[in-house]
Design a protein. Structure first.
Length: 377
């Protein structure tokens, strides 16, 4: 029990932890403020970013810790210092700060370069450390793909812009940060400050300190001509493939330590290329979320509302309400209030198919159907 308490002390005394907490609050506050300014209501006012930050971050940390302890991943405090600096700076340079694999790769590369410039900071078995970090980066890439698939649709924010033809159109963004507490081994006892509470594990003739360090994971994606769900589903396959390649590259780097610099550099460059490619593919799709001439397009659906019960989705176009043709927000709300107990809709989806749906509405506020629409102004 005492050993576990000591590890928690090392975790909660890390500056990066508190910077990440403040940033997570700011991220949620910024989203809600933007949505209220644009649509006069928040798509999700319950701050889901904070819940995901803690709980899914904890699950991600447990998954990574199983791998790091099983593989015996060892680090040193010189690299950890570099990682914290890189992560704090990157958080202020969005969206770089959201990419956990980029933070690991960039900090490993900077650590290697600094060890070349200042040899006094180099440690024994430095190449094995970097190879292990390369494997961790690959595992984070795969894990991020699944987190993005599970959570991106929970924190989607619609943005209204004006197209080159002067028409109002929408795109969708999703940003999430996680704090993953990960177990690492630190070889020896002379690399840590003499604070008296570092837990020590003895394996054979060698001793290791066990530490819990907060790693930053996350994603920042933009869907321009497709729905967020379609974008993250397609990107999951890419993340799994690329993460597997990085893991294999880390294993190869153990066998051929001389290639570690080039391997880190190439992996980092490919990370940026994949982010650029994802946005380019989203722009190349044929779906357009422009404001229609006939009907009104849905940009978002609030949870636990009549709209959610009717299965309405972002991108749907409402063409009729309670038997009345719809052309703008005003006559839509007038049509809703023509029946105070239920709402009957004719909806066209993104494939051009029509469907009929209906639901009871709030008797005291029939206009609160729960849909986010293009603002009139």
């Amino acid at each position: 029990m005492e050993m576990f308490v000591n590890m928690l002390l090392t975790f909660f005394t890390t500056p990066l932890l508190w910077v990440a907490i403040v940033f997570a609050f700011w991220l949620a506050l910024h989203r809600i403020k933007h949505e209220r300014q644009t649509f006069r209501i928040a798509v999700n006012p319950k701050w889901p970013e904070l819940k995901l930050f803690w709980w899914h971050g904890l699950l991600a940390g447990l998954a990574l810790s199983c791998c790091t302890l099983l593989l015996g991943v060892t680090i040193n405090l010189n690299w950890w210092l570099v990682y914290q600096i890189v992560a704090v700076v990157a958080l202020f340079l969005m969206p770089i700060g959201f990419a956990g694999n980029v933070l690991i790769l960039l900090s490993a590369l900077l650590y290697l370069i600094s060890a070349m410039i200042w040899p006094q900071y180099q440690i024994l078995a430095g190449n094995s450390l970097l190879a292990e970090l390369l494997i961790v980066a690959g595992l984070i890439t795969i894990l991020t793909g699944f987190l993005q698939k599970w959570d991106a649709t929970k924190v989607v924010t619609p943005h209204v812009i004006t197209s080159s033809r002067g028409r109002m159109t929408a795109m969708f963004t999703s940003r999430q940060i996680y704090l993953a507490p990960v177990f690492f081994l630190v070889p020896g006892t002379n690399q840590l400050p003499d604070w008296g509470f570092w837990p020590v594990l003895h394996i054979g003739q060698q001793s290791f300190n066990i530490v819990i360090l907060p790693l930053i994971l996350g994603f920042s994606v933009k869907a321009i001509k497709e729905l967020m769900s379609a974008l993250v589903t397609r990107d999951l396959r890419t993340q799994i493939t690329f993460g597997g390649v990085i893991v294999v590259a880390g294993i190869v780097s153990f066998i051929f330590p001389s290639i570690i610099l080039s391997t880190l550099s190439v992996a980092l460059i490919i990370c940026f290329i994949l982010q650029w490619r994802l946005r380019r593919q989203s722009r190349a799709n044929k779906q357009h979320f422009t404001k229609p001439y006939a009907g009104i397009r849905i940009l978002g659906v609030l949870e636990q509302t009549p709209a959610a019960k009717m299965g309405l989705e972002a991108g749907d176009v409402i063409v009729e309400c309670n038997g009345q043709a719809i052309s703008n927000n005003e006559n839509f709300y007038q049509a809703i209030q023509s029946h105070s107990t239920y709402c009957h809709l004719k909806v066209q989806d993104l494939q051009g198919e029509y469907r009929i749906t209906e639901s009871a509405v709030f008797a005291d506020a029939p206009h609160e159907l729960g849909v986010i629409l293009f603002p009139e102004n």
